[in-house]
Design a protein around this ligand. Structure first.
Ligand SMILES: Cc1cc2nc3c(=O)[nH]c(=O)nc-3n(C[C@H](O)[C@H](O)[C@H](O)COP(=O)(O)O)c2cc1C
Length: 473
């Protein structure tokens, strides 16, 4: 157990915990974690932006199947980058059965991100996925394993069938994964499948089986994971409701306070005694980004902590610079508010939104955006009355959603987080040559105290400052 990290830099999607941040953290001997969310789009857009520094092309050149990497480079790379008014290519959406080009892009993009995060050191690097975004799981995991990922961390769902997938991919064997489809009857279970043999040549050496850490917010779920998982679960991240990104819904009836925040109570507390009894390493997350909280976590029997917000605003993160600066300025000179929004995310999980001018946290900006769903990661898979598989998103145009059996009341307040989060890392889609997708900044409640990392004379700090602060006496 001693070679487990004390500090895990949490996965932050999409693209906030990119290869640069994870590499910086892992180089310092802690666990850097890249976000595995939407990496296919992110790679395609980085290439269309001209791949400054040549990092994507350097990693592509290391991909074991040359032709596959070359096809992707040929398709997306624009020397010098696309013009600001030119839209990014619209990719065919992921579906249960492909398309093949999208699966290739997924395998390669996950490889690229992990490959780059591992460059220049020998320490492990992790990758984070949201269980709810199921369709890309298999090609993504395989791509990350091809690049030697050391840890897979997954939350936002109950990933009982992931450990078995990791076991199969060690020997490049085909794997399946149950696809949840709303409205399916017994006997109608849908399944995703992926066979490495149709992507890579035979005879590749076995891969290393990454350690699997499940991100959960209740001791009942942790126990269920151990009981039902189809392979080994090496440990748990216990994430509380102050953490950035998506949060687990509160137990019982959803209640909102006068400021519009989701209310969490006693029943949402995790029973750490029960977690300790499971006998697996665990890390505490959600407001643990300080040396006092690290010491507290260790006293409580944790192996360490997972920290997100403190890393999200450091120099190495993928968050675009104007947003980073605006947030840090607010922290230094006034205050910034974070809302636990019950409706913003199409997943219907509460989602933390930092209130920042010019982003989707502003109602006028939200209302001015025409609804469009062209990235589709957060779509819900459902069964049509004819028994077919289809997809819908509560942030897509209302008439389209309703025509697929979606309820109009479920669309209220929904943000297209797919487009917004890509805008937040500097790859906003351009509409009609002049409208640029607005971003949205997610962060934990810890945001309000980030001033502790800021030197007196400027508004920037590094991942190493966060680590030094966490380890200070
Ligand atoms: C910008 C941001 C994005 C996040 N995205 C994800 C994500 O994609 N997947 C995930 O499991 N957790 C995500 N998280 C949660 C972090 O991994 C981590 O558990 C959490 O931030 C810890 O709490 P803290 O923010 O108080 O440090 C995100 C957090 C932030 C701040």
């Amino acid at each position: 157990m001693s070679d487990y990290p004390t500090i895990i830099q949490g996965g932050m999607g999409a693209g906030v915990s990119n290869w640069r941040l994870a590499q910086a953290v892992s180089k310092l001997g802690h666990l850097g974690v890249v976000s595995g969310t939407a990496l296919d789009q992110i790679l395609a857009r980085r290439l269309q932006d001209g791949d400054p520094g040549g990092h994507m092309r350097r990693a592509l050149a290391q991909f074991p199947v040359r032709e596959m990497a070359e096809r992707i480079q040929q398709e997306y790379f624009i020397s010098g980058g696309k013009s600001e008014r030119t839209p990014y290519k619209v990719l065919q959406l992921h579906g249960k059965d492909g398309p093949r080009e999208r699966e290739e892009l997924c395998v390669v993009a996950n490889f690229v991100e992990v490959f780059l995060a591992r460059e220049g050191h020998d320490n492990p690097v992790g990758i984070n996925y949201l269980e709810k975004i199921q369709i890309p799981h298999l090609p993504s995991l395989y791509g990350a394993m091809l690049a030697g990922v050391g840890y897979v961390l997954m939350g936002a769902g109950i990933p009982v069938k992931i450990p078995g997938v990791l076991d199969r991919f060690v020997r490049h064997q085909s794997a399946t994964y149950p696809l949840h489809a709303t409205g399916s009857q017994e006997g109608e279970e849908a399944e995703l499948s992926f066979d490495p043999a149709s992507f890579v040549p035979a005879g590749l050496p076995p891969l290393t089986r990454p350690r699997f850490l499940a991100i959960i917010s209740s001791n009942v779920l942790a126990a269920a994971m151990l009981k039902k998982a189809n392979g080994s679960v090496e440990g748990f991240i216990i994430e509380g409701p102050t953490a950035g990104g998506h949060n687990a819904p509160p137990r019982g009836k959803l209640q909102i306070d006068e400021n519009g925040d989701v209310i969490y109570g006693e029943r949402d507390q995790v029973d750490l005694e029960k977690i300790r009894q499971l006998g697996r390493p665990f890390w505490l997350a959600g407001g643990y980004g300080s040396s006092e909280k690290l010491r507290e976590a260790l006293r409580l029997g944790a192996t360490g902590i997972q920290v997100g917000t403190a890393f999200a605003f450091c120099e190495e993160s993928g968050l675009r610079n104007d947003y980073k600066q605006a947030v840090l300025e607010k922290i230094a000179h006034s205050a910034v508010r974070v809302v636990t929004d019950p409706t913003a995310s199409p997943t219907s999980f509460p989602f933390k939104v930092a209130q920042l001018d010019g982003t989707l946290s502003e109602q006028e900006i939200y209302l001015a955006r025409a609804r469009i769903c062209d990235l589709g990661y957060l779509r819900e898979t459902y069964r049509t009355p004819e028994g077919k598989i289809d997809y819908r998103c509560s942030a897509e145009p209302l008439s389209v959603y309703a025509s697929k059996g979606g309820k109009i009341e479920d669309t209220v307040g929904k943000r297209c987080l797919c487009n917004a989060l890509l805008a937040t890392i500097g790859h906003p889609q351009v509409r009609n040559g002049n409208r640029t997708e607005p971003g949205v900044v997610t962060s934990g409640n810890d945001l309000t105290t980030l001033g502790r990392f800021l030197p007196a004379d400027h508004l920037a700090y590094h991942a190493s400052d966060v680590i030094a602060n966490l380890l200070s006496e």
